[in-house]
Design a protein around this ligand. Sequence first.
Ligand SMILES: Cc1cc2nc3c(=O)[nH]c(=O)nc-3n(C[C@H](O)[C@H](O)[C@H](O)COP(=O)(O)O)c2cc1C
Length: 360
Amino acid sequence: MYLWDQKIIDRLMTSYQKLVVYHFSGTGNSENVAKWMADIANEKGMEVSLINIIKTERRGIEPPEPETLVAFVSPIHGFNYPPVMLNFLIHFPKGQNNVLLLNTRAGMLIGKWITPGLTGIAFYFSALILKLKGYSIKSMFPVDLPSNWISVHPGLNNRTVKYLHDRNQEKVYRFARKVFSGGSDFRGLYEIIQDTLVAPISLGYYFIGRFLFAKTYYASADCNNCDLCIKGCPVKAIKKVDNRPFWTFKCESCMRCMSNCPKQAIETGHGYILAFSLLFSLLLSGIFYTYFAELSSDIEHTFTGFILNSALFLGILAVWYRIIHFAMRFRFVERMIVYTSLTKYKFWGRRYKALKKAGK
Ligand SMILES: Cc1cc2nc3c(=O)[nH]c(=O)nc-3n(C[C@H](O)[C@H](O)[C@H](O)COP(=O)(O)O)c2cc1C
């Protein structure tokens, strides 16, 4: 009897009949958040659609029906939404619905304190895109789930992963109950100062950094050519070259390939990227700057110079990556690269995959 009453009350307190959640996820955090939102929507008797943006035909998206609450959930990559989500938003049809913006970011744990990740420009930029299309933003809500970026930090242990998972599930449930009853939640805005400070880095990551990271991945000799990485890549960035996986500049470093590889053969090549960076600066200072002394001060001190330098860096990196890819057929080179990859080692290389646990 009580449960029945509670259901009626829930329905009466719900301001929307329908929820559509568009999500992108590399290692499962954002997908979990989308599912947690759906748990509460179901509890409130709302009609729910969860849409993985990778599986939709971007240009064929119907505008959302009036009165439908629309949510977008995506990880943060380099202090912004990843390009795949930004492109989706740019091509999203016009409408006048209420919209919830959520992101999942790099949460870590110090004692019982969950250290927050950094959203950067993701909320501001996507809110601007959607506002210009006529939507009304009702929330900006960050969720600090376990960081999956083991290219830059050691993998998290199971206790931390479980703790962050459970705490955030409750947090998302509370958020969903509030916003489905007509409330709003802009706690993402509390971080406007640090988000503004990292804005230049987010641009640097978007235009340069992500291409550099795309060329840090390789498959070691442990690869058995199962092609799971190629089939599972959400942006179709991995192809076969010389009968081994090869990462193109399309890679968004979502970490899905690394996290899913059954042989744990995919690594981040810290050693060879470091070697490349050193060689590149030697090349520039040793040859270029010696022969073109006047040009060198321009390159070092102007914005155009910076762009030229970066383009040169990425261009030569692409060639270097191809050479390394070829040379890895020789055992000695392969072992050198593997042993200078931090992800190879136990203390660092724990792969991350979001916990899959039954919802409510
Ligand atoms: C390439 C890359 C860049 C990242 N950049 C950020 C960042 O700028 N700020 C942040 O808080 N977390 C960052 N992270 C961490 C992820 O956003 C976080 O782990 C997220 O929950 C992963 O979600 P997913 O499992 O849905 O892919 C980054 C992760 C990757 C792989």
